[in-house]
Write a protein that binds this ligand. Structure first.
Ligand code: ADP
Ligand code: ZN
Length: 215
């Protein structure tokens, strides 16, 4: 499948994307994961992105497009890809249209995950992430806790609250989503690509997406 996943921060894009890759071997491309890895590495990209990310602001479009131009041409994308966290703005979506046309790639659909705001807020404040950049497994202190001493079940590294998961940064991310990213829903709807899914359980949502896309 070649799809874009849309949804507010905390809508579960990462979890849904991972489960979808297991269905048909498509790769998950998360710009958030790519940026966090760059920050950990301390590369030029990471140093430029860190300030924006810690405040919960978007990283500039040009930087993101440079990453995606390279990423979408890597051979593992031929089987299919799930874009998770990209595009995030109308200019990114327009640049992506041009890039896909140049690469002769056609999107199957744009999957929009709809989640009520109170559910989103609860999820974001209870979320923890494995600090190992190679792992980054996501936990939830209520519904999917790490080990009793706060370590990742997969790799044993301590799980932490991301810098952008303080309350102020969370409010800023939601505000940025409403202003800059939610217009993409209309953008893709008018192009006949949008499919909406009410998403409360990632597993149910993935099953529904699978059914809809295989039709
Ligand atoms: P979220 O949980 O907010 O969906 P992500 O893991 O997708 O978080 O992204 C984390 C941060 O990385 C964002 O708050 C933003 O600063 C930056 N980022 C990720 N993807 C993009 C993008 N497509 N455009 C601009 N900034 C991005
Ligand atoms: Zn881990």
């Amino acid at each position: 499948m070649k799809i874009i996943l849309l949804g507010a921060p905390g809508a579960g894009k990462g979890t849904v994307a991972k489960l979808l890759t297991e269905m048909d071997g498509s790769v998950q491309i998360s710009t958030g994961d790519i940026l966090r890895a760059a920050v950990k590495e301390g590369s030029a990209l990471g140093r430029e992105a860190k300030g924006y990310m810690d405040r919960g602001d978007l990283v500039p479009d040009e930087l993101i497009m440079k990453i995606m131009e390279v990423r979408l041409q890597q051979p593992d994308c031929r089987k299919g890809f799930i874009l998770d966290g990209f595009p995030r703005t109308i200019p990114q979506a327009e640049a992506l249209n041009i890039l896909l046309e140049t690469l002769n790639i056609q999107l199957d659909s744009v999957v929009n995950l709809e989640v009520p705001t109170d559910v989103i807020l609860d999820r974001l404040t209870t979320r923890r992430t494995c600090a190992n950049p190679e792992c980054q497994e996501i936990y939830n202190i209520k519904s999917n806790p790490p080990t009793a001493d706060g370590k990742c079940k997969k790799c044993g590294t301590p799980v932490v609250q991301r810098d952008d998961e303080t309350e102020a940064a969370i409010m800023n991310r939601l505000d940025t989503y409403n202003k800059k990213t939610s217009p993409l829903i209309g953008f893709y709807e008018s192009r006949g690509l949008l499919k909406n899914f009410l998403s409360l359980s990632s597993k149910d949502t993935v099953a529904q997406i699978g059914k809809t896309l295989s039709r």
